[in-house]
Design a protein around this ligand. Sequence first.
Ligand code: HEC
Length: 256
Amino acid sequence: MKQDLHTLSWLNLPNLPLPLKALFIGYLLVVGVGLGMAGLQIMLTHGMADGKFGLSVDDIVYSYYGDRSGTKLASKLNGSMSDKAPLAVREDIIKWAQQGAPEAQWESHYKAVFAKHCVMCHSQIPGIPDFTKYAEVKSRAEVNDGATISGLTRVSHIHLFGISFIFFFIGLIFSFAVNVPKTAKIIAIAFPFGFLIIDVMSWWLTKLSPHFAWLTIIGGIGYSLASSYMWVVSMYQMLVMSRHAKVYGNAWAQDL
Ligand code: HEC
């Protein structure tokens, strides 16, 4: 058996038949663009979570754990809306928001407070919440506790199924590489799966405690590096090394 395998001396990335190379290169190109897009999407969604561009541990905490220190209403009234009403009025609204903005007091008291200080903008300017409506006020009075369990379950299973497929094929292609020590091959092929598990676990852990947010970064960097390495080596061997018209031997047999 081992003898038979040794005879397949073309079974390596530089010497593969052209139709198979077209398949592998086409796949790697599309997956490469896809991974780039995924990175961009992370920057634009999670990266902006804390209001600043660029992905940071704070963004991850904000996305998964939330900001449990207070409500949106409170943070705005202490921040960019602090000049819209006197301190006593703002404190009154914040206190009500912290109690969950009970509807009983809306009609009797707060509707008028918002009417006096807020609705000249918050019912006129498009794109900002309309504070003549209780529901819009209420939703800004809820504590932001980050990702929901159903959201996490959905993203986790899509991620695990989808990305493991990508790593499977990148790894399979890379297994035909030559001149890569067997141990390095095993590590590069196995690591992305491990980091993928770490990444997905870290979202759930960060939901429980903000201290785990750095695990998300480690997971993401880990599998990006491992898959980039396999991508670059595979492309190089198929496109550049193949030009030397040399026969490299059976890559799988070399790793037996
Ligand atoms: C002069 C116009 C103006 C007044 C008056 C005003 N706001 Fe705003 N408010 C804005 C604008 C513009 C934004 C969007 C920009 C921002 O978030 O700072 C905004 C955003 C907000 C947000 C964030 C909404 C979201 O979901 O992103 C909250 C909460 C808020 N205002 C509360 C209030 C409250 C409470 C009052 C009354 C005490 C008030 N504002 C009075 C103009 C106003």
